[in-house]
Design a protein around this ligand. Structure first.
Ligand code: ATP
Ligand code: MG
Length: 311
């Protein structure tokens, strides 16, 4: 409400006016009852008690209405923000979605989350070749998920560019770009739908495509999860729903992975999971496993720690 103080003033004025009318009526009622011929102390007390009870009810009702109004204003403001944000995503988007022949290039990308000044990514330059599998390794909080979010055009780099086949990602319409992506995010959402839809929503036009969903479940190695549910793909997830089942974290994660595998031919498959250890928020080394091991740098050191843990 702070941004619109006039609303607060207006609301306070109406409140004062309403209570002034109520007060005047209350006093009037007491005067009326007590000045009538044959008025008793009991009748006056009754009016006083009824009046105070009434004022408590009115106060509570006004409070509830204020709360509801607050909810409504808050959600409509969020909605307006979302609409503006969606519009800003298509503002300079004049390029066609690419087919990914040359690959993806990060050019001196820097990024700080909105409302913060700390750079989560700083001067990141790297190439992602088409047809390659790239693993990003880093300490918790190093910026791996952030890099993935930028790649999915959830955020724009503050500095530098992300080029897709030489075209700035900012010029590719966000919805068209995302319709060519697939994958699972670390902070996945738990859709409490039927299993069919929880997975199928990974490719909305194929929401009800049962063989498609079964194939995605299989790709994610989630067959065991679905087999455990009595109604299979028709099982309602979430214990608060009628007939719904409780789902463990691991089961949710496998279903999220299956959702990520719904698209048969994505341009880019993103799998963001927590991994262990590297140094702060910039790409330190780039290269193949062999080259990085030969370099004996941080990658080799971390690989050594990881391998030792499995000995
Ligand atoms: N929405 C956000 N707003 C502000 N800061 C954020 C936001 N999301 C992440 N951060 C911060 O950005 C930094 C990088 O976070 P990010 O999630 O990219 O790390 P990560 O490398 O994926 O870590 P992990 O290994 O734990 O998954 C962290 O310091 C985190 O606190
Ligand atoms: Mg992460």
């Amino acid at each position: 409400m702070g941004r619109w103080p006039w609303r607060d003033w207006g609301s306070a004025l109406w409140h004062s006016l309403a209570w002034a009318v109520f007060g005047a009526a209350y006093v009037g009622a007491v005067v009326f009852v007590s000045s009538r011929p044959g008025a008793t102390a009991g009748a006056v007390l009754l009016v006083l008690a009824a009046g105070s009870r009434l004022s408590a009810y009115i106060g509570a009702t006004v409070g509830e209405i204020g709360l509801l109004r607050g909810f409504w204003l808050d959600s409509s403001r969020r909605m307006a923000w979302l609409e503006d944000y969606a519009a800003s995503m298509t503002e300079h988007a004049d390029a066609r979605p690419p087919s990914l022949v040359e690959g993806i290039r990060f050019e001196h990308v820097a990024f700080a989350y909105p409302g913060t000044s700390r750079r989560v990514l700083d001067d990141v330059s790297l190439d992602l070749w088409p047809g390659s599998v790239v693993a990003i390794v880093g300490e918790n909080g190093a910026g791996k998920s952030t890099l993935v979010k930028l790649l999915c055009r959830m955020y724009q780099p503050g500095e530098g560019r992300i080029l897709v086949d030489g075209v700035d990602l900012a010029r590719i319409p966000a919805d068209e770009w995302r319709s060519r992506l697939a994958g699972a995010f670390q902070d996945f959402f738990r859709f409490e739908f039927l299993v069919q839809h929880t997975v199928g929503i990974g490719d909305v036009p194929r929401l009800d495509d049962q063989p498609g969903v079964a194939a995605a479940v299989n790709r994610a190695g989630a067959d065991d999860v679905v087999e455990r549910f009595a109604a299979g793909l028709e099982t309602q997830l979430g214990a608060t729903w009628p007939g719904g089942v409780e789902v463990s974290f691991g089961q949710w994660q496998k279903l999220a992975l299956a959702r990520g595998f719904m698209r048969d031919h994505p341009l880019l498959l993103v799998l963001d999971e927590p991994t262990a250890a590297l140094d702060g928020a910039r790409v330190v080394e780039v290269g193949s496993h062999e080259a990085l091991m030969a370099k004996r740098g941080q990658y080799a050191e971390l690989y050594g720690i990881q391998a030792a843990a499995y000995k």
